[in-house]
Design a protein around this ligand. Structure first.
Ligand code: KG4
Ligand code: ZN
Length: 342
């Protein structure tokens, strides 16, 4: 089919993002603008939904204008507008989806309502040209799940966290130890100077079959250890971070091995591929553990560049292109959805 140029908008968490992408043949990211709200939320130790929504309103029109300018296109040149319609913080989703509807209506272009998780799920096709089927491990602040991706719109959730998301566990651990938000990078930095074996950390749910995961117990174990040692010195914080990170990496690697076995059973003729996405994918120890798990299983390991692993609008524009490539889409009647399982 014909190549399409799509404007994507992402506002479901604490990034205000707009991008213009062309595809599906030889996909091209013409622009990819992201404005992070970390500064607005850092004093609160986490994302405050009301503040997030207001910050999206304050900058989204400028971010869209920047994305259009950088791509050197006008609204007449685009084929459609794609926006995250959920899941996410509802205030932000409303801002993005309604802005997209207004642009689509004014420009007389179709609107594609994209599931944010689908954006993450299809990114590896934009960055690495992957064919279906493949496995996806999505590990972010809001989600931790294994997905089997067999086609556009064909996603099967194989397992998920039964409590905290991995990124959330990193963020809570950081808060507990007095480290800054976002917790992931802070914990990783401390862990470098730490001894992962000083404190015994649990490997939650690993004694059970299947692909579900649990991370809340880890945080509790860490709190118990920290309380016993009050006041904790710098080395103890480093050791706790290292022990926590090692446990998370081992749990994710073990589950990845199981997921790859399942993939082989389901698709004996397809080359096994595991893709990792989400902010936690930036973690070097976790990446190394997942790479090893994939290599052991004779599978290919794909990690899109960090900028496209974390929240961005290029993945939303791309998901829009993938939908449009299957046929006409008119999502003007879609409502914002705080919860929207794939
Ligand atoms: O994908 P993302 O940017 O946003 C969503 O949650 O959708 O992921 C952010 C999460 C935060 O919880 C953050 O602490 C975590 O990813 N994160 C990390 C690292 N960098 C970001 N976790 C562990 N290690 C890191 N280096
Ligand atoms: Zn995300």
């Amino acid at each position: 089919g014909r190549d399409l140029t799509v404007l994507g908008i992402e506002t479901s968490c604490d990034e205000t993002a707009a991008a213009v992408v062309r595809g599906p043949g030889h996909p091209q990211i013409l622009s990819d603008v992201i404005r992070s709200q970390i500064d607005e939320h850092t004093d609160f130790g986490g994302v405050v939904p009301e503040i997030a929504a207001r910050a999206h309103i304050a900058v989204l029109d400028r971010i869209v204008a920047e994305a259009m300018q950088e791509a050197d296109v006008g609204f007449d040149d685009i084929d459609a507008v794609a926006a995250t319609a959920g899941p996410g913080l509802i205030g932000g989703v409303i801002v993005g989806l309604m802005t997209a509807k207004a642009i689509a209506m004014a420009a007389g272009k179709p609107l594609v309502a994209v599931n944010h998780l689908e954006g993450h799920a299809l990114t590896a096709r934009l960055t690495d040209g992957l064919d279906f089927p493949y496995l996806l491990l999505l590990v972010s602040g809001g989600h931790s799940q294994f997905l089997l991706v067999t086609g556009v719109g064909a996603y099967e959730r194989l397992g998920t966290t039964i409590d905290d998301a991995v990124g959330e566990a990193f963020d809570k651990t950081a808060k507990l130890l007095g480290l800054p938000y976002p917790g992931g990078p802070a914990v990783e930095r401390m862990a470098r100077a730490g001894d992962p074996d000083r404190f015994a950390m649990p490997r939650p749910l690993l004694d059970r079959p299947g692909l579900d995961m649990s991370f809340a117990g880890l945080k509790t174990a860490l709190r118990t250890q920290a309380q016993k040692l009050e006041p904790v010195d710098e080395q103890t914080v480093a050791d706790l971070c290292a022990g926590f990170q090692r446990a998370v990496a081992e749990v994710l690697a073990a589950r990845t091995r199981t997921a790859l076995t399942l993939f082989r059973d389901r698709f004996p003729d397809a080359p096994p591929v595991i893709v990792v996405a989400g902010g936690v994918a930036a973690n070097a120890e976790i990446r190394a553990a997942l790479t090893a798990a994939a290599t052991d299983a004779g599978a290919r390991f794909v990690a899109p560049p960090a900028r496209l692993c974390t929240d961005n609008a290029a993945m939303i524009a791309w998901a829009g292109i993938e939908h449009l490539a299957q046929g006409p889409v008119d999502d003007m009647a879609v409502s914002p959805r705080p919860r929207w399982p794939l």
